[in-house]
Design a protein around this ligand. Structure first.
Ligand code: ADP
Length: 669
């Protein structure tokens, strides 16, 4: 074992001799210097662990000695020899031990040993502390990136976060990730402390390809990669130096990024000073942590793409229905006109009457089907025009009863009405309410055997009083007061398992009357969507062979319900088009509206009338603005945002106003 080096600073030969005799030569090597300058040089060159200072030394200003010694050799153990207690303050404050008067060998050895032991413990503690601090920092980095991982569904962002996490916790010299972009093209992202030589760039591509192909030696690789199709992306921290091939002499770690069967890429890092076992663990943890969110990001991308395709198909289908039904309607109108003319202007022989009646009935049926198809395509394209107004529906109920009683007479069915709450106001398109009711009563007539009764009742109920196990989801979203209309029949009924399906498009439930009754299976689906537009609901209750109750509910007119119905389409559009945020601008005077939009979770940012400031430094994704403000302010606001976008792209980097509406609160009565 190397001996501990001790330096003695003294110009007194007797003292030097004395200490030399006292020192245990088996454990220590003693050196001495006679003046300050040589002493400081020795400290720098030889780095002794202990210095013994004779404070009776001449030609040395003891007040400055501690500072000079510490700057020559920090952390040295200083033992002071003095003939009496007369020791300068500076030395007293600084030295580790004092030996006053005559010194024995044992005293000197004990003093040196105990100080050396103290120093060793101190160093150990400092080292542990340093390691703890590093672990704590690494833990913090891991914790931070894992929460950041969880917050994103973007592949690129996840890879970026992973690299940042690895860099912060492992401080690599160079790291590359080979991953695949949205078009499944390979991308090689290199992060490096220093610039990269051209040869190294080319070699890194080769290297990544070889690593990738080796990974899939005996299996089919998920993507084709070769040096030509790799997209190279580099991020350099500092240009003061350049990495060359010598990077391959550095210590390196390599891993694939995968989760189960899914492969997302591979990552390799290089570090000059090598990696500890903890580093390996951290590397592995970060790669594991990123795999799951990456899997989600890939799934999310797939879902998005499928969604886009589905939306496109849905659009094509709606357009197809719309075109076909328009095309059918024109010739049908001509046929209807002709038949009406024949009936009006010619006296037909008795024998032809049934044939003409059949033609008329089928024309009516066909035009009903076409109208249903047109309605459905309009609703789905969001092009249905509603004429909302505050109204009662009592007259509509009575009108439907008297009109359809004629049809019901054929089956000797009686239609009665029971309006329990008269004159209740709703905010509705009365023609649509008529359409819904006609459909329900028509169905009731169709599916009810002869000689029975159909009852149309209407009453006000609070949402909390409306219950139905099967339609829980439909009723749960209601709140406040509703005018409920119930069409009760004593017909064939619907089996419990079919109750939900009757509101699906083209859904017809097989029963003894379905074939006879005809129909398209669109009526109830249209009714459901019309009621959705009214912020209402439709549901039913039925028992086979006993009869059915079809209910629909319309919100009783209030400022709030009227506002929400009137702007429902716009609000929905905002939600659909604005994946991230909608920015709603409200004026201070309209707290009610602000609250409503808040309930709808639409307010992301609020600007009061005239309070919009360009200086707010926001980086909001502004995709829509609903303006509830006076027209001038609305215009001004839009202009300001447009200007900001043009003049200062960094302030609103993603600012993209797609819709700008002015919503005025004066709806209803
Ligand atoms: P359709 O044009 O076929 O009547 P709807 O959407 O109005 O289309 O109705 C869908 C299906 O729901 C009907 O085909 C029928 O099977 C069932 N249905 C609707 N109303 C009643 C009722 N009152 N009684 C029994 N079944 C009914």
């Amino acid at each position: 074992m190397a001996k501990t080096k001790i330096l003695l600073l003294s110009d007194n030969n007797d003292k030097i001799k004395n200490v030399d005799e006292l020192i245990n030569k088996n454990a220590y090597e003693l050196y001495f210097e006679k003046d300050e300058e040589d002493c400081l040089k020795f400290l720098k060159d030889m780095a002794p662990e202990v210095i013994i200072i004779d404070i009776d030394i001449s030609n040395t200003d003891l007040r400055f000695l501690p500072k000079k010694i510490t700057s020559a050799r920090d952390g040295i153990i200083a033992i002071v020899l003095s003939k009496d207690d007369n020791i300068p303050q500076e030395i007293l404050r600084w030295a580790d031990a004092f030996l006053v008067g005559d010194v024995s060998s044992k005293m000197l050895t004990a003093t040196i040993n105990s100080n050396l032991r103290n120093k060793l413990s101190y160093n150990l503690l400092a080292e542990t502390n340093k390691n703890n601090t590093k672990s704590l920092y690494t833990l913090k980095v891991l914790y931070n990136i894992s929460s950041e991982f969880a917050a994103t569904l973007e592949k690129d962002k996840l890879i970026e976060l992973m690299m940042e996490g690895i860099n912060r916790s492992l401080d690599f010299d160079l790291c590359y990730v080979l991953s695949f972009n949205n078009d499944n093209k390979p991308v090689l992202i290199v992060h490096s402390k220093y610039t990269l030589s051209d040869e190294l760039c080319a070699s890194l591509k080769d290297h990544a390809c070889i690593n990738y192909n080796n990974l899939f030696k005996n299996k089919k690789a998920p993507y084709e990669i070769n040096v030509e199709n790799i997209i190279f992306e580099k991020h350099i921290k500092s240009d003061i130096d350049c990495h060359t091939f010598s990077i391959y002499r550095y210590d390196n770690m390599f891993s694939q990024i995968s989760s189960g069967e899914n492969f997302f890429g591979l990552v390799e890092i290089y570090k000059e000073n090598g990696f500890t076992s903890t580093d390996v663990e951290i590397f592995r943890t970060i790669i594991q942590q990123v795999s799951m969110p990456l899997k989600n990001a890939f799934l999310y991308q797939e879902i998005n793409e499928t969604n886009k395709k589905l939306k496109k198909l849905e659009k094509i289908k709606s357009e197809f229905i719309s075109i076909v039904s328009h095309e059918l309607r024109t010739p049908l109108t001509v046929i209807k006109g002709m038949v009406d003319n024949i009936k009006r202007f010619f006296t037909l022989p008795e024998k032809m009457h049934p044939a003409i009646d059949t033609i008329s009935r089928n024309i009516k049926r066909l035009s009903g089907i076409i109208n249903d198809l047109l309605d459905i395509s309009k609703i789905e394209a969001g092009k249905m025009d509603y004429k909302f107004a505050v109204t009662t529906i009592d007259d509509t109920i009575k009108a439907v009863q008297s009109t359809l009683q004629g049809l019901a007479n054929d089956k000797n069915i009686k239609i009665i009405t029971d309006i329990q709450d008269v004159g209740v106001k709703v905010f509705a398109d009365i023609d649509r309410v008529d359409q819904i009711l006609v459909n329900l009563v028509n169905n009731a007539i169709k599916f009810t055997p002869n000689d029975r009764t159909i009852t149309i009742s209407a009453y006000v109920k609070d949402a909390s009083e409306l219950h139905n196990e099967i339609f829980e989801d439909v009723l749960d979203v209601l709140s406040g007061k509703y005018l409920v209309v119930c069409v009760h029949d004593e017909g064939v009924g619907i089996a419990k398992e079919n109750l939900k399906h009757v509101f699906d498009r083209f859904e017809q439930i097989e029963n003894s009357l379905t074939r006879e009754a005809g129909g398209t299976g669109l009526g109830l689906s249209i009714a459901r969507q019309l009621l959705e537009a009214h912020n209402g609901a439709i549901w039913c209750d039925s028992e086979l062979e006993k009869g059915s109750d079809f209910y629909f509910a319309l919100p009783v007119s209030t400022d709030k319900s009227n506002f929400l119905i009137a702007n429902k389409q716009r609000i929905n559009q905002a939600k659909v088009h604005n994946d991230k945020f909608a920015t709603i601008v409200v004026s201070a005077e309209n707290e009610i509206i602000e609250n409503l939009l808040n309930e709808e979770n639409l307010i992301h940012k609020k600007y009061l009338n005239n309070s919009y400031k360009e200086t707010d430094g926001s980086t909001t994704t502004l995709t829509m603005a609903i303006l509830d403000a006076d027209r001038n302010f609305a215009k001004l606001f839009k202009q300001k945002i447009d200007d900001t976008m043009v003049n200062n792209k960094t302030r609103y980097p993603k600012c993209d106003i797609m819709y700008s509406y002015t919503i005025y609160p004066e709806v209803g009565n």
